[in-house]
Design a protein around this ligand. Sequence first.
Ligand SMILES: [Zn+2]
Length: 368
Amino acid sequence: MNQINIPYKLRILDSNKAVAQELINFIKEQGYSKIALITTKTPNYLITNELEIALFDHVEKLKTFQVITPSIAYVNQLTLNDFDLVIGIGGGKVIDTAKYAAHVNKIPCVSIPTVVSNDGICSPIAVLKEKQNKYSSLGATMPIALIVPLHLIKDSDPENIISGVGDLLTNLSAIEDWKLASSENGEFIDDYSVMISKNAALSVFSEIKNSILLHKPKEKFLKDNLTLIIESLALSGIAMEIAGTSRPASGAEHLISHSIDELFGSMNTHGMQVAFGMYLVSFIRMEMGYISSEQFNEIRAVLRYLGVPLTIEKSGLSKEQILDAILHAPNTRAERYTVLNKVKLEKNYLSDMLDKLFGNKVTVSITN
Ligand SMILES: [Zn+2]
């Protein structure tokens, strides 16, 4: 039986001062005294400066590492063997660097995300650059605490939060693939992980559906649901920790996004790109009879509300490139069984499917 590590603490706070005090209380309670802060110069230096000053009197050793290029190579050259706690302060790449550095050096870490653009804010997975256009999904240390400076996230670029929402919604697609892998391929499926991942995504999915019905602008939806989004992203990380893999949050839609990255370079934020992948694979699932047309129409309406590109023109890719991305997708992670292992991966067949998806005018509607 694998050990499951759930963070001791989840605090959503509204000032740098409150974050500093929480951190001081935490390290005192837990007895940490040699702290490595991992961060980037901007836009996080203000909170990092405040935390450095606040922590200084309470620790034996404190050193700040400014990440220039977050990558596996960067982590490998860090020497943290004289520290007993890593604290990551910053965006997704910084948090991933901190989680992976903690893993390599076998020390715990704390996550202080200043943006919430993906489901890695509190997960046991780090996605880091291996080489040009090639990112690896790595086992990392699950943070022992998640301390969220809500005031900074409120001020961050809304596109980042939308990316986080997109990444979260793709759990619903990933779970379809996990169920398929279980029924078709005998893969072990963890019911608790599925339940947590699905409900985390569904809570936000339902809020979007309500917002569509109420004609609520997207900005207002984000503002009203920021805490729910953060909590759901944290739950998504816990689902991954229970599963021991990214399975509950990454299926064919992520493979298509990895494929786009590898073949053409990133076209959009991670969340938008995986949500676009979800749009493609949800259509494939509907065509194959795995989901109903009502379910597909609901997914389409929710993705459209978020601003996910739902036409070839808006995707930034040509039809040929989308076809190549789908065909190459299973190679990006050969061991991950998804709907792409079931569908006929043949160019003409998929080309017809894309014509059907992008050519027809289906009325987008949400009903009570
Ligand atoms: Zn993701």
